[in-house]
Structures are given as C-alpha cells and as structure tokens.
Design a protein around this ligand. Structure first.
Ligand SMILES: [Ca+2]
Length: 622
C-alpha cells in the first residue's frame, strides 16, 4: 500500500488524518453506524453522563507495548486497524492521555485511580508489581453494585491470592499473572488459579474467553477487562497476520529520530500483532451487536506504555520505559453510542488514574471519599459527553525508577529539569527552563511535594502469601524466588516467565520470602524436570527452623518451547517448558514470615541436573 506524503506532516499535538485514512475510517464508521449501532445518531440526551436504564456494561481493552502511533486512525498508514478506527470515529478520543512508562504501574493506576507508588506497585517483577491489598479496584466497586466481573489476559499486579485478580474484584480470570510470557501458542495459562493449557494464539484465546463471559452475563451488567499481552515481545503472531504484512510497502518516517534504530522485522511483527488485536476487537464488537448490547456498553481502549521498539511515534521523544512523551502517551478511545457524541476529540490533560472515577461516573457508581485512599484521578465524563466542557487546569505525574516528569496543562517538566511547552513543541526540542525560571521552579517544587507524598506509603518488601483460607493453593513461581550457588541459574535474565535450571549441588539454593496466612498442615509440591539419573534425588525444604525432605520419584523432561514461533530473535523473555509436579511431603506451618529455602539434600551425579519452575503450597483441610 502507498503511504501518503501527508503522513510526514502529522503532529501529535494536532492530528490531521490523511485523506486515504480518513476515507477508509469514515467508510468504516458509516458501516458501524448503520449496521452495528443503529441508534448512534438518535436523539438521546447527552447532557448527563449517567445511564437512564440499568448500569451500562463496561468493556476495557488494554494492549501491551503498543505505541501511540500504532493505529490507522492516528494517521499511521502502515497499520490497518479498521475496527479500532471505527471505534475512534464513532466515540471519543483523548489525545492528551498519559499512562506509565511500563506495564504494571499503568494497570495499578487504571484499577485504582491512584498513582502507582501509593499502592506499592514499584516494579514489574519479583513481587514489586503487586498492588497493596488495601487498595480498592474498579472491579471491587463495580462488583459491589451487581456487576459480573471478568479479567482476561495479562494481569501483572500480583500472582498469589489475594493479590490475584480473583482477590481484586474479578469473579473470573483467564490468562497469566506475570509481566510477560514466553510462548503465545497454546502455552500454560491459568483459570481462576487452576493451571490450564491455552488454546491457540493467546490474544484469540483471551478474546474467546471474554466472549464466553459476555454471553454468560449478557442479561446483567458486566465489566469485562481484556488485557492483551501483545504486541509485547516475544514477537509472535499467527501466519495470516504476518503474511499480509510481510510484503506490505511500509513507510518508515522518523521525524528527526535516528532511522537506524528502527528494526524493520520488529516493526512488521508489531503491525501484524496489532492487526490481530484489531480483529479480536472486531469480534467483540460483532458479539455486542449480535446480543443487541452495543448501546448499553461503554468500550474503552488504551495502551499500557509507549512502543517497545523504535517505530513511528509522530516524532515524540522516548519510547517504553521513559517518562518523555513517547514513553507515556497513549490514545484513549471511549465509545458509548447515544451518550458520547461520535467524533468527540478531548484535549483535556488526562491519564490512567482518571479511568476509574470516569467510568464510575459514566456508570452511575458512587465513589465514596476515603481519606486514607485519596483518589488522584478525576472524572473526565463531562469532557467525553460535552464538546464545550471547560478545560480543567491540573497536573499529572509520571515516574519510573525515580525519574519523575510532571505535566501541568500544556507544560512538561522532565526529570532533568528541562521545561517544554507541548502545545507548540510536542517533540520536546526547546528547553524553556532558562527563559522561564519561575514556572520551572514552581513545577520542580510540586514534583518534590508529590514525590514526598506518594512514595511515603510505598512498601519495599512484602512477603509472598500462602495458605489463604479462600484459596488454599499458592503457587510461588521462579519469578518470585531467588537462586544462589555454584551451578544454578535462571533460564533467562528477566525473571517473569523464567525457571531455575542446572540445579545439581547441595550449595545451589532457591529461596522465597513467604508468610503463611493460616497455621496448619501444608503439602509442598515442586514443579520440576528431572532426568533418569536424578530419580531418587532428595530435595530439602527449610523454613523457620523446620525441615521437609522428599524424593523425586519420576523422571520427566520436556523440550524448550516458544523459540520456533519467534518472528524476530527474543531478547530477555525466557523460553518455556512443561514441568511435572513432585510432592515433597506434608509439613505443619505457623503464621510467621520467613525465608523458604529449597535445595538438594545430596549433590547429583556429575552430568545430572534438575530444573524447578515453581513450588506450590497447599493448605490441607484435614
Ligand atoms: Ca507494557
């Protein structure tokens, strides 16, 4: 396909759709209007954001590492996203909408309406991704008002119950809790805490489960959170999507950024993965239409951070992991026929923290003030329904690894103290700090105040919880543990979907910081591989002065999986494997935090080693 030259003139501050894209999206929108949403142009009252019937259904799509520019409607003609384009045309798009630089913090801010340090979501792995248990999620709020609640896909705010989605207001969960996954084709997943085998490509599989959830709950208000784990790496996508992109004529435009940083195979794979998302979004729209729920359903779509590779981002500075514009800006689509006018474009400065209060207002769900849990977000419901709603002057903060950026109306103060006027300089070219010391100083002092306030309650260390009475089984994956010793290593650098490998010496130790929530008898299971030569090996667990020794009774080995599906070589995501479960034995535990250590009781023969992907404690009822 040909990309029009006008693509070069696109600016993130003032998007002008190219003629081709506009016609395509207009056609899509008309189809949507006529076929899917016959009442989109009805005479509904848009003075109020409030539904006059039952609470509306809410569907939230969140993509992973998709960039601000990875959409047709954003003017990027490399992408064919007709379903997302028609949603954007028929609903509101917030173009000054900010998320966090990385995955888990954005999810926490969306779920709570509060800045992520307040709920201790300070990292993306090893437990730092968890959201404190005293935080109230939007799922909690909606569930308490009669909503059926389901989450499908990547969770990334804690694995063990009650950090698990089932403990955060979601009746149903299907997906994985880690920050990334190593194989996207029929991988091991979980359903409400039970290990299951996925069915086909993960994004399709998550959508299938979301569809099943909506069918099941079509007669009641439902909240369906679909968190795709794509286009996060590893770059895997079914052939039909790759086939239609692999020979497509792409436009590579860099707008002052270094061209050599764009990796074409990665860009093509990202396009294919996003187009797969678009197809899945289309399936959900078709379902809502079939069920005649289109007008009763608020649909939200946004990204969790900037793009995971250098690709078109309208020349904005930075990508995933930075607090610059390119790292934290996402389009936000909110679609609700009859309530939100088609084509609504919202300039109001807004962010992921606003979603919870906004959706609650739209759904007529009260949010009671809680002095101990101040909401940072504001409702932008009025801005969605009313073109003339006055702009609210406000500040928004972004942080990652202690680097804090502040946006105040059109201004950005970056972590290095540079000041930019984004209304004139969206690509952060001209530092205004030297010419505007008063604004710079005032914003810097607000940053300090914000940091002192929101980091105050962040907990650095929290043990992993086992033995919750509601969920007696607790899985402690390698991601949450540490390894040390002469032989043992992690299967790859990023802990998220890794396992411990090459365990052969008594000095190879695996440890987890755990706290049993219930005193009682637990069985301990090891998810492991073992060659024939390791059968009969004894494993020992030590915890708070108690020991348990058990034997690996069976050999089990399995091939690494995932690599053959990679469209480009992966960087840090571990390949995956299947593991057997070996029962180590039973042990009485008290409710006291401690370090749980696993090691071999005797070293293995020279050429033998075992691998451990997780340990699992089950609170036994008798
Ligand atoms: Ca992400």
């Amino acid at each position: 396909m040909n990309a029009p030259d006008s693509a070069k003139t696109l600016s993130p501050a003032n998007i002008v759709l190219s003629a081709n894209t506009f016609l395509k999206t207009l056609a899509g929108w008309l189809v949507w209007t006529l076929l899917v949403s016959p009442q989109a142009f009805g005479t509904q009252n848009t003075d109020s954001a409030i539904s006059d019937r039952k609470h509306p259904n809410i569907v939230v799509f969140l993509s992973d590492d998709q960039g601000w520019g990875d959409f047709g409607f954003q003017g990027n003609t490399n992408f064919l996203t007709p379903n997302l384009d028609r949603l954007a045309l028929a609903g509101a798009v917030c173009q000054r909408f900010y998320v966090c630089p990385v995955c888990a913090p954005t999810r926490a801010e969306f779920l709570t309406g509060r800045y992520h340090p307040r709920g201790s979501t300070m990292g993306v792995t090893q437990g730092d991704e968890r959201l404190d248990l005293d935080e109230v999620t939007i799922a909690d709020r909606l569930k308490s008002h009669g909503y059926a609640t389901g989450a499908f896909g990547k969770w990334h705010n804690g694995s063990q119950y009650p950090y698990h989605p089932n403990g955060r207001g979601f009746d149903d969960f299907y997906g994985f809790c880690s920050g990334h996954w190593g194989d996207y084709f029929s991988p091991p997943l979980e359903q409400n805490g039970r290990s299951v085998r996925g069915n086909g490509f993960v994004a399709d599989d998550f959508t299938d489960h979301a569809i099943e959830f909506i069918r099941k709950h079509s007669a009641e208000p439902f909240f369906c959170y679909v968190a795709f784990n794509t286009p996060h790496s590893p770059m895997q996508v079914p052939d039909p999507y790759m086939d239609r992109v692999k020979d497509r004529t792409l436009k590579f435009f860099h707008e002052g950024r270094p061209a050599e940083k764009e990796d074409e195979p990665t860009t093509r794979a990202a396009i294919a993965m996003v187009e797969n998302i678009d197809w899945n979004v289309g399936r959900m729209l078709d379902l809502l239409n079939q069920l005649k729920l289109g007008d009763d359903t608020i649909i939200v779509y946004f990204n969790d951070n900037g793009p995971n590779s250098f690709r078109w981002n309208a020349g904005m500075k930075g990508r995933k992991g930075t607090v610059d514009e390119g790292g934290v800006r996402s389009p936000l689509i909110i679609h609700w026929p009859g309530k939100i006018p088609p084509g609504q474009r919202v300039d109001q400065l807004s962010g992921a923290v606003d979603l919870s209060p906004t959706l609650c207002e739209l759904a007529d769900i009260p949010v009671e003030p809680d002095p101990d849990h101040h909401l940072d977000g504001i409702s932008i419901a009025k801005h969605l329904v009313d073109r003339n709603a006055p702009k609210i002057s406000r500040s928004l903060f972004s942080q990652w690894s202690g680097r804090i950026a502040m946006r105040q109306d059109q201004y950005l103060l970056d972590p290095d103290g540079a000041l930019f006027d984004l209304s004139n300089d969206p690509t952060q070219q001209t530092d205004l700090a030297p010419s505007d010391p008063p604004r710079t100083a005032s914003m810097a002092s607000e940053v300090k105040r914000w940091r002192d306030e929101v980091f105050r309650s962040a907990q650095a260390q929290r043990p992993f919880l086992i033995g919750h009475p509601t969920r007696p089984t607790a899985l402690l994956p390698a991601q949450d543990g540490k390894c040390r010793g002469p032989s043992v290593t992690r299967s790859d650098t990023a802990p998220n979907c890794s396992f411990f490998t090459n365990i052969r010496s008594t000095e190879d130790t695996l440890t987890w910081d755990i706290e049993p929530l219930t005193a009682g008898r637990y069985s301990l299971w090891i998810h492991c591989t073992a060659p024939e030569s390791a059968v009969g090996a004894k494993l020992r667990m030590d915890f708070n002065g108690k020991q348990l020794v058990g034997t690996i009774e069976k050999a089990f080995q399995s091939p690494l999986r995932g690599q053959s599906n990679d469209r480009v070589p992966r960087k840090s995501e571990s390949l995956m494997k299947d593991f057997q479960m070996a029962k180590l034995g039973l042990i009485e535990l008290e409710t006291r935090q401690g370090i749980c250590q696993i090691r071999l009781a005797e070293s293995l023969a020279k050429d033998a080693s075992i691998e451990i992907q997780a340990i699992e404690f089950r609170l036994e009822s008798d």
